[in-house]
Design a protein around this ligand. Structure first.
Ligand SMILES: [Fe+2]
Length: 187
């Protein structure tokens, strides 16, 4: 089911945000965080939400606008929020890149940029879980879900989506494994 899949992905994202936050704390106290983990997380966010999660949510949102415009208006500008999220992520990528390239960048700026990303993502997910998904479940009809499901799968290559799901779940597992190793080495 589509909303279940979107909710599951929110939980995955929250896990990765917690890892990112932990690495940021290490950075903030002046130690060296695990940059492989951080870059893995950035990479994950560059791909999964951009390619799957946000487009799928936007399909659901378009249907909600038709079925219940007032409810959609309460959710707000979803596409714009997703664009802002992508912009915040770009800033995180740039900040980390500058740190790794040993370019002059105040620690405080890095902290601010990464924290802003983490907090905005959390707020956005909370809003969607609370204000968007329940009203979509209520307002959309069976036919809408069928249409969304077929629109979200590439008719040229129906297996592509499954393969991608597996790739991303492997990527998440790899990031979490690297994080466990980094933690073990720290203690
Ligand atoms: Fe979402």
């Amino acid at each position: 089911m589509i909303i279940e899949r979107l909710s599951r992905e929110h939980r995955n994202v929250e896990t990765l945000l917690a890892v990112l936050e932990h690495e940021l704390e290490i950075f903030d106290r002046g130690d060296r965080p695990d940059y492989q983990v951080i870059r893995g997380i950035i990479y994950y966010f560059e791909l999964y939400p951009e390619l799957y999660h946000h487009p799928l949510e936007e399909l659901v949102f378009a249907k909600l606008k038709l079925r219940d415009p007032a409810a959609a208006a309460k959710v707000g500008e979803l596409t714009l929020e997703h664009q802002k999220a992508a912009e915040r992520l770009r800033r995180v990528g740039q900040a980390v890149h500058r740190v790794l390239a040993d370019r002059e960048i105040p620690r405080q700026n890095v902290d601010q940029v990464v924290r802003d990303f983490i907090e905005s993502e959390r707020r956005h997910i909370m809003m969607e879980d609370r204000d968007f998904f329940p009203v979509a479940l209520k307002a959309l009809e069976a036919q809408d879900w069928t249409e969304i499901a077929s629109a979200s799968i590439d008719p040229e290559d129906p297996l592509f989506h499954e393969a991608a799901e597996e790739t991303f779940s492997a990527l998440r597992a790899r990031i979490l494994q690297l994080e466990r190793e980094a933690e073990a080495a720290r203690h």
